[in-house]
Design a protein around this ligand. Structure first.
Ligand code: PNS
Length: 163
């Protein structure tokens, strides 16, 4: 049996913390479906297409992954993809309550799906898409937190790109 995990998220944009999580998840699973949530209640900064391209370029060297998008309940999507697990990363303690709530909700919706948590790498504990966007908005140096292509896209969006 192939072990397939869905790694869901907003990826707005993908960070080096996400990449680290996917690479480490690949050691546990045969395949990882990186799934971008389409209709989030959060207002997205990048379009789904832009986020997909950034993920594809950032994950160029990683094998056995697929970048996809989904709508509706995550557990339904996991079943649709014939996966057996949801992969999530846990950073500082502040992530715990939200992640615990989500894992319990998903478990009550479908008991056959396991949520697997990996601790974030120490380097990425304080890295998040929102804090990176905040720094990029004021032209802060975020080069060690995202792929160079994502850095370029952020610069373009905030009007700091060279002509
Ligand atoms: O990167 P994020 O924004 O923390 O990811 C949140 C995500 C996409 C994993 C979560 O919002 C989700 O799974 N949404 C799909 C709707 C759903 O299944 N909700 C019930 C479980 S809380």
């Amino acid at each position: 049996m192939k072990r397939i995990a869905v790694y869901p998220g907003s990826f707005d944009p993908v960070t080096n913390g996400h990449i680290d999580m996917i690479k480490r998840g690949r050691r546990l699973f045969d395949k990882i479906v990186v799934a971008i949530l389409c209709n989030s209640s959060k207002k997205a900064f990048f379009t789904i297409e832009e986020r997909k391209t950034m993920l594809e370029i950032s994950l160029e060297e990683v094998t056995n992954i697929e970048i996809a998008s989904f709508d509706g309940l995550l557990v339904d999507y996991v079943v649709k993809r014939k996966a057996n697990a949801i992969l999530r990363g846990m950073r500082a303690v502040s992530d715990f309550e939200y992640e615990f709530q989500m894992a319990l909700m998903n478990r009550s919706l479908n008991r056959n799906i396991q949520t697997v948590f990996l601790m974030s790498g120490l380097r990425w504990i304080f890295t998040s898409s929102s804090i990176i966007k905040e720094a990029a908005r004021y032209n802060g140096d975020i080069s060690n937190m995202v792929h160079p292509f994502v850095e370029k896209k952020l610069k373009e969006k905030f009007g700091f790109s060279n002509p």
